[in-house]
Design a protein around this ligand. Structure first.
Ligand SMILES: Cc1cc2nc3c(=O)[nH]c(=O)nc-3n(C[C@H](O)[C@H](O)[C@H](O)COP(=O)(O)OP(=O)(O)OC[C@H]3O[C@@H](n4cnc5c(N)ncnc54)[C@H](O)[C@@H]3O)c2cc1C
Length: 258
């Protein structure tokens, strides 16, 4: 039995978001929250693997109590369990603190997890840093830009991931962390029975103390980075696209630089 954890994040629905012209920050008030699309693809990837190989899938999120909604959605999509990390002490966490908190939760609730599947990025924070940082805290290898997890056997998983302009099929020993990119797009219909099952499955809530967080590593105080200013970049010059894989175009770029 393969133990899969998918980390999922609640994000504002960006199709309904507005930007404060003065501060450049997002106006989140009144904007509905949804499951980050990359995280939905992460759950899809986990469910597809489970269809090939017996597995359990736990969806894990850090967020406010309302983030339960995305755990219910993940369970309706096929996850077996949901864990909500919610605590005022987590507020203001940057990427490193977020990755640390997720890692502590995995060490606490699934110390023998085989595969940690994340989204490639969150469409609000948009840094794509959490997955790699999570792998460091868990001391596991990290495979980014994964399109699909094909099969699992003998303590290893065969997967396809993108590398610049090519795709590779590789075999990776478990345990590992991987992030799912846009290629995985087989949107599932949500059968009513699955939604009812999800609504009646209890969600585990865990606090900073329960997952043994070092308070110096979490929240605003435990975050080494601060957002000083956010501004829109307005491009005034036209651009030209060169295709690096085209030998002649590559040569032209190199010659223009020397
Ligand atoms: C410098 C800086 C300062 C910040 N300061 C604040 C602040 O003061 N207050 C504040 O509210 N936010 C703050 N943020 C935003 C917050 O840190 C990020 O939203 C959070 O760290 C996740 O980063 P991300 O959204 O870029 O995720 P990414 O790294 O883009 O997400 C990739 C994947 O990681 C996983 N993941 C990310 N976040 C979670 C989560 N919460 N639960 C489960 N899985 C997750 C998901 O699988 C996701 O698909 C700050 C961010 C930065 C960069």
């Amino acid at each position: 039995m393969i133990e899969i954890i998918t980390t999922i994040k609640q994000v504002p629905d960006t199709s309904k978001i507005r930007v404060d012209k003065e501060s450049g920050t997002l106006i989140r008030k009144g904007v509905p929250a949804v499951l980050n699309p990359y995280c939905e693809w992460a759950v899809e990837a986990a469910v597809s693997l489970k269809e090939q190989t017996p597995s359990t899938i736990t969806a894990l999120t850090m967020g406010p109590p309302s983030a339960e909604d995305i755990l219910i959605r993940a369970m309706a999509l096929g996850a077996d369990n949901g864990i909500l990390l919610t605590d005022r002490k987590f507020a203001g966490s940057d990427c490193r603190a977020t990755a640390y908190i997720l890692a502590q939760a995995i060490k606490f609730s699934a110390p023998n997890a085989d595969i940690i599947i994340t989204g490639e990025e969150a469409i609000d924070g948009d840094t794509a840093q959490v997955p790699a940082e999570l792998s460091v805290f868990l001391d596991m290898p990290f495979i980014p830009y994964v399109i699909t997890l094909e099969s699992a056997d003998d303590g290893a998983v065969t997967l396809i991931h993108e590398r610049e302009n090519r795709r590779e099929r590789i075999r990776v020993k478990t345990p590992f962390v991987c992030s799912i990119t846009t290629g995985f797009r087989t949107r599932r219909l949500l059968p009513l029975t699955e939604t009812i099952r999800a609504l009646s499955t209890p969600i585990t809530r865990l606090s900073a103390t329960e997952i043994a967080c070092d308070e110096k590593m979490i929240g605003l105080k435990g975050s080494p980075t601060r957002v000083i200013k956010i501004e829109n970049v307005v491009t005034t010059r036209g651009g030209k696209t060169f295709h690096w894989e085209n030998r002649n175009e590559r040569k032209a770029v190199i010659e223009s630089l020397v």
